[in-house]
Design a protein around this ligand. Sequence first.
Ligand code: BES
Ligand code: MN
Length: 467
Amino acid sequence: MNAALDWLTKHHEDIVRGLAELVAIPSISTDGEHDHEIGRTAQLTCDQMRDAGLVNVETLKVGNSLPYAYGEWLEAGPSKPTVFLYAHHDVQPVNFVEQWKSDPWKLTRRDGRLFGRGGADDKAAISAFLGAIAAYRKTENTLPVNVKMVVEGEEEIGSKNLLTFFEKYKQKIQSDAIVVLDTENIEVGLPCITYSLRGIVAVLVEVTTATIPVHSGMAGGVLPDAALALNKVLAKLYWDNGPIPVPGLYDSVRKLTDKERAAFGKLPWSDDKFRKEVGVLPGARFANEAGTTMYETTWRKPAVTVIAQEASSIKGASNQVLPKASAIVSCRLVPDQDPATVVKQLQDYLQADAPWGVQVKVTQHGAGCNWWMTDPNGPAFEAAMGALRQGFDRDPVAIGCGGSIGFVGPLAQLFGGAPALLLGIEDPASNAHAPNESLHEGDFKKLMNSLVRLFDNLGKLPGGKVK
Ligand code: BES
Ligand code: MN
């Protein structure tokens, strides 16, 4: 293992160059206009997999999906665990281009960080896995565990084919443990293992008052205003600093245990730092329920967010009473909420008592995904905790995540209850999805060092037993 660790140090610049090659390709999945580029990052990921020493490397598809890159190395043999490695090679678009301080498609080193779209989310994960794999393959020519690596090309658009992909290639990808690099460390230098994820479900709220727009000089004051009615409906969600007023929403929310509350209480937190990170303006208060900490709010409480609203554009505005207005309300879900029940609760609440008796239709929008939570104990988690402790020279912590990664639960289940290790790759300054996305280079090195140790620890588990 020491030779592998040395290799990482000596070849760091090569690893960064590999990441720069990935970042240079704008593999944006959200606009449907970059399928060619996504094909290229799939190919490049395959090339990099081969260079790192993986075999049986190929791109795979299921139905009309964007391409997955697949590679494996199984020569550790049946007495060693097989570890499934997940990353994604598609990225978010570059909105607010003028806010970028350097070219988003040119990985740029600045202030100890590497800037570029996908530089953290999630191309860094490809580089980190392959760095750790190459470190072994180029020195000891072997790996302490079997690995199967899948790099998805449509994570940023909801992974809509991933479960079908897993079903189709069930035999091929069957593994004992899962490692996902797509969550964050809550502070630079602090290694974090994520043991809960929120789910997500969205509803479309459509308000209709008439069949046509009508001149407001003629009908203003008489016709019910669709835009105003919609906003009155949406305003029913306003929670001030209390709970969200949707009846029943909290009925099945799992309570924090005393142990969790104590552990969350010990995590580093600064309101001021957070205010800066999220760019909230002076004078604007946070909206969390009084007496509920930020971590509990974002990790273990449901949240509703109006993510879109349409009536008439400001550019196209004219003096008309609008007949139709719509919005998307997205809801983050937590253990033990049921997505279908939440949709029903939102429907019942938002459709009731419509202003002026107008038509309010609330329907589910998109597929959504379930929350996930695991018990971060057992051999695999101990192997990961030990690896991170040494790799970062700091005690790791178990955290929650307010975001969603829909496949973790179903995949762990498909593998017969395999432990899923979600190790942090981003940090609060990473700006995933936003301008100036970046990776902390020091933590990137520590993460690869930890992965080398994780493979070693997993390879040493008695009987190859990860749980
Ligand atoms: N990497 C994120 C998940 C995440 C969010 C981790 C926040 C840490 C903090 C992931 O790529 C993502 O953005 N997921 C989407 C899922 C959606 C498309 C179903 C999300 O959470 O919105
Ligand atoms: Mn993402």
